[in-house]
Ligand binder design. Structure first.
Ligand code: IMP
Length: 431
């Protein structure tokens, strides 16, 4: 009865809307990786909410939201988001829990992120500058600071030692000693009283909730092609946004993850550097960007736009074990005379039907397109599949055939009710 929702492309697929929409059927929504690099946009009653760290389920009263151990938490970003939700009239009290094992993003992480990008020059990743990568580096390097560590800020405690060493390492790396560990520590001491009431053993919470028969939705951030293991490395984020990450990022058994729903736009976007085989540089790309308002929800950066890449989505079906797709932003294609779907890549004399692992090779790949007729009648706001223009129905059918899984949800606009729900029961098994 649980469900994992993941991005099937390069992020920004519209997971926020889909998670918000499905939350009505769940008691708990849990984030398992990433941090406030994510930007999940949800429109409710004409109001826009952009969530970065807090699960999109928070907009539903009574739903408990978890930030799991696999997430990296900037406490100030968390508080800013909490304040914003409160100012918008969303009551969060008692509904948000943060894992004691989640690692913290500290000021030197943000700084090192920017520095590392500057040092890479032309080879830069195009990160969100939120300190995500350096925080995960410290976690894997076994020198990170976890949320639960803040409980003991005594002078001879482990927290003080870790902050001292990490700030000293930062000062060596940056080449000056203008960051003082005492300042970083003082800030953590200030942060703790507000953070403490949210802190919990979220793995145990989930275990008990599931035992009591409460349904859980796992919310992935970023997308499959940005996954640290399965994405277009090194042009990726530093965590596992694929479905497998839900088990390690929350401390649950893999069998508990349940069904997996992949969210994919009806076309493709990417923000940041790295290969994007179907990228469009001309007027059509511009048209997709403007009509789809393809600007980063976190950073405002323009997104690179291209045609639907079925090779990439097929790959997402494989590495996540997707049961179904939610296709978003179909309405953005309204009025285009002809659409293209990339069904394979041409690489030299080879035609590849599977995603190559080597990104140098991927960067050389040319898309093999199949042309499909567009439609003129607007699809925006439609809620029934049969009401879609026949060409749009055919387009969706082709996306299903080429990616290998059914499209059970089709989003035709930004509001909750701008949605075609074809088979809710195949996504949400109520047992
Ligand atoms: P980082 O996660 O800030 O380290 O950025 C690494 C890469 O992931 C960059 O290309 C970012 O643009 C991309 N990225 C990170 N978070 C998101 C997201 O939520 N949506 C889309 N791209 C993202």
């Amino acid at each position: 009865m649980n469900l994992c929702v993941v991005g099937a492309q390069w992020g920004d697929e519209g997971k926020g809307k889909i998670v918000d929409l499905l939350t009505a059927h769940f008691a708990v929504v849990a984030r398992y990786q990433g941090g406030h690099n994510a930007g999940h946009t949800v429109y409710v009653g004409g109001r826009k909410f952009v969530l970065h760290l807090i699960p999109s389920g928070i907009l539903h009263p009574g739903v408990v939201c978890l930030i799991g151990n696999g997430v990296v938490v900037d406490p100030h970003a968390l508080f800013a988001e909490l304040d914003e939700l409160t100012s918008l009239g969303i009551d969060v009290a008692g509904r948000l829990l943060v894992s004691d094992k989640a690692h913290l993003i500290l000021p030197y992480h943000r700084e090192l992120d920017v520095l590392s990008e500057a040092r890479r020059g032309e080879r830069k990743i195009g990160t969100t500058s939120r300190g995500i990568g350096p925080a995960y580096e410290d976690k894997i390097g076994r020198r990170g600071v976890r949320v639960g560590d803040l409980a003991d800020a005594s002078d001879d405690g482990a927290l003080v030692g870790a902050v001292r060493e990490n700030v000293a390492a930062r000062n060596r790396l940056v080449g000056n000693a203008d960051m003082r560990w005492q300042d970083v520590l003082a800030d953590l001491r200030r942060v703790w009283p507000r953070l403490q009431p949210l802190v919990a053993d979220t793995s145990l919470y989930l275990h008990r909730a599931m035992h009591a028969g409460r349904a859980v939705m796992f919310e992935g951030a970023q997308g499959t092609l940005l996954d640290i293991d399965h994405g277009t490395y090194p042009f990726v984020t530093s965590s596992n946004g694929t479905a497998g990450g839900a088990a390690t990022g929350l401390g649950i058994g893999p069998a508990r993850v349940g069904r997996v729903l992949g969210v994919a736009k009806a076309y493709t976007t990417r923000v940041g550097a790295g290969p994007l085989p179907t990228e469009l540089h001309g007027a059509v790309g511009e048209r997709l960007r403007e009509t789809g308002q393809e600007y980063g929800a976190s950073t405002g950066r323009p997104r690179r736009c291209g045609w639907f890449d079925a090779v990439a989505v097929r790959y997402a079906v494989r590495v996540n074990g997707l049961d179904a797709l939610a296709i978003t932003k179909l309405d953005v294609l309204d009025g285009l005379e002809e659409l293209q779907v990339c069904t394979a890549y041409r690489c030299g004399s080879d035609v590849l039907s599977e995603m190559p692992g080597d990104i140098a090779q991927l960067a050389q790949c040319q898309p093999v397109y199949e042309a499909l007729p567009g439609w003129t009648r607007p699809t925006r706001g439609l809620t029934t599949f049969a009401d879609l223009p026949p060409e749009a129905q055919r387009y969706i059918a082709r996306l299903e055939e080429t990616s290998g899984v059914p499209a059970q949800i089709i989003s035709t606009g930004s509001e909750r009710d701008h949605t075609i729900m074809r088979s809710l029961s195949s996504i949400i098994d109520k047992g």
